[in-house]
Write a protein that binds this ligand. Structure first.
Ligand SMILES: C[S@@+](CC[C@H](N)C(=O)[O-])C[C@H]1O[C@@H](n2cnc3c(N)ncnc32)[C@H](O)[C@@H]1O
Length: 326
């Protein structure tokens, strides 16, 4: 016998109710699958983008490496014609030794260790020997007010900051750097050199520099002046900052700017202070080197290799001496 109408209706409703959640569950599962598939597609797309970008970065790194090689070959050819002494055939004394092999006492071992450990992760050109030599100049002469033109990734500035810290006298290292391609090529050096400086990602180099400052715990000593050398000179002269115990000139290597840098920044080296000039073997730096050799007295010139040569010069004790010589 068929169930009564009321019972049939009630069972129908119950069946419907039982089905409803299952249909709901199915649609939830279907929706989740759709979302998962969508996400998988997005992840695949992102992976493809990352691979593409990695390929571009690798290509650019290779292009930069090749350009660097070209510039190095070019500058070594130029240095050969510059009259700077060739590197010694025998290994020269380590920078922590005097000529006779006696150890220098001015630089503490902990400073040497800090500099040597830091350098491999800092972008730039300063060699380990030059970094330790700069540290020696700073500690031996107790330089606490230092200024550098041309910071790039901080390869020379950070070791100098460590040396200043080691003196414990609350000194500062001012870094003048525009991190601007147009400033870097504002005056012509050579077509290869300028092409390289036009292509390098100086904003990324600046980010690397700031990271290195933090990583190496020198932020208390470093003051960045993000501007051109000429702007910095005008600003510093107007504010009365300086004079400096040591000025490291390593900005533009164009003949015009390198000469202008040593001419103007010499004024801000205190009497008895030191000017360090980089790449003195480059023909484009010749006039700058001659100027500083006339105005100051030589402390030391070092030619590590045909393309790596630098010098330190001392300003006479008489405040007028920087201008008094022919
Ligand atoms: C040779 S790199 C400095 C290298 C760094 N001192 C080292 O030892 O690794 C020269 C730097 O000077 C900067 N520069 C070039 N012309 C400049 C100018 N007129 N004013 C300020 N910075 C300049 C460039 O942007 C570049 O980073």
């Amino acid at each position: 016998m068929a169930p009564p109408l009321v019972t049939r209706a009630r069972n129908g409703v119950l069946r419907l109710l039982r089905r409803l959640p299952r249909r709901g569950l199915r649609s939830v599962v279907a929706e989740r699958e759709r979302v998962i598939k969508e996400r998988e597609a997005t992840v695949r797309e992102r992976e493809a983008t990352i691979l593409e970008r990695e390929a571009i970065i690798n290509e650019q790194a290779e292009a930069i490496r090749q350009l660097r090689e070209t510039v190095a070959v070019r500058s070594s050819e130029q240095a050969g014609a510059s009259g700077i002494e060739a590197p010694p055939a025998e290994p020269s004394p380590r920078p922590d030794e005097h000529e006779d092999g006696e150890p220098r006492h001015e630089r503490p071992d902990s400073l040497t260790d800090r500099i040597v450990a830091a350098l491999p992760r800092i972008e730039g050109w300063c060699t380990e020997r030059k970094a330790l030599w700069l540290a020696d100049l700073i500690t031996a002469n107790r330089c606490t007010q230092i200024l550098e033109i041309g910071v790039y990734g901080g390869r020379s500035l950070i070791p100098m900051a460590m040396a200043v810290q080691s003196l414990g006298a609350g000194g500062k290292v001012y870094g003048v750097e525009a991190w601007s391609n147009s400033v870097a090529v504002a005056t012509e050096t050579s077509p290869e050199n300028d092409a390289w400086w036009q292509s390098v990602d100086l904003k990324a180099i600046k980010t690397g520099f700031l990271r290195s400052v933090v990583r190496n715990q020198v932020a208390d000593v470093v003051v960045v002046l993000e501007m051109s050398s000429d702007q910095a000179f005008a600003t510093i002269s107007a504010t009365g900052l300086g004079p400096f115990d040591l000025v490291h000139v390593d900005g533009s290597h164009s003949e015009v700017q390198a000469l202008r840098d040593v001419e103007q920044w010499s004024d801000l080296v205190r009497p008895g202070g030191i000017l360090v000039l980089d790449d003195i073997g480059w023909p484009s730096v010749k006039a700058a080197r001659e100027h500083v050799r006339r105005a100051f007295s030589d402390i030391e010139e070092i030619a590590e290799s045909a393309e790596t040569a630098y010098g330190a010069y001392r300003r006479g004790p008489d405040p007028g001496v920087a201008h008094s010589r022919p």
